[in-house]
Design a protein around this ligand. Sequence first.
Ligand SMILES: Nc1ncnc2c1ncn2[C@@H]1O[C@H](COP(=O)(O)OP(=O)(O)O)[C@@H](O)[C@H]1O
Ligand SMILES: [Mg+2]
Length: 303
Amino acid sequence: MPVIEINNLTKDYEVGFWRKQKVRALDGLSLTVQPHQIFGFLGANGAGKTTTLKLLMRLIFPTAGSARILDRDISDVSMHARIGYLPESPYFYDYLTAREFLNYCGELFGLDTSVRNARTEELLTRVNLDQKSWDRQLRKFSKGMLQRVGLAQALVNDPEIVFLDEPMSGLDPVGRREVRDLIAALRDEGKTVFMCSHILSDIEVLCDSVAILKGGRVARSGSLEELRAQETNAIEIIATGADSSALKQVLSAKAEVTSTPSGIRIEVADEKDVDSVIAALRKIGGKLVSVQPVRQSLEDLFV
Ligand SMILES: Nc1ncnc2c1ncn2[C@@H]1O[C@H](COP(=O)(O)OP(=O)(O)O)[C@@H](O)[C@H]1O
Ligand SMILES: [Mg+2]
């Protein structure tokens, strides 16, 4: 059973002085997310990722279509007790300290004082916020520190599904790595993570399945493996010791030959030509370094 089901979701923003012009931000979006996995919602700036999350969180309302989370319609906000949300640009009460803010969030979910205090410390530790900052006001925090507080806030009710809008934004490389590990740990605990990002590498290393959003529609979706396999079954051969122009002549149309710093790269479109290419290579004194399928990166696919 999917835990998130989005059906034909459409959103027009009304813009202009009289609000007469319409901008279609989402155009009949449909997708499902299975439990206990990290789902990556990928798209360039302006693709409609944040709009989708805001609709799911009931911060804005759809022009058409519907969605269900944990088998409840999104209009049933009592389901919010079971989910967590990190907005794209969280705005916090910045005169509160990190500890006070998390305590306050816990109170909104009706947690007891003792549970709240314990959970606050547990989460601030978990997001690696330096203990010296726990009792400092949020207005003195850097963007990266606020992002950590935002993540802690999204977990305060021990949610079954966590929605994260660009969770790595504002973090340095070490911070990104820590947040990445944290997200992976959430899945290991059995939670479902729905994360938006325009950073391919973050999605590529973390997500079990992915939807690529383009102009408010899903352009591609599936597991990462499926998406990469779809495009090509070419084979890449790396070799050294051969003259690339000589090789080009021998192979002519069979393969594409390029020189790279690690040797000659030969791309063969069809697997049945691999043996003859290797034979031709050996004949002119080349040494085989590797033979492997061409794995399309998520970046190739995205572009
Ligand atoms: N409040 C708004 N009013 C008008 N247009 C908006 C509003 N919010 C977003 N948009 C437009 O909707 C489209 C999708 O935006 P958004 O959901 O923020 O994309 P993403 O998060 O993928 O970068 C963009 O073209 C954006 O300009
Ligand atoms: Mg966004």
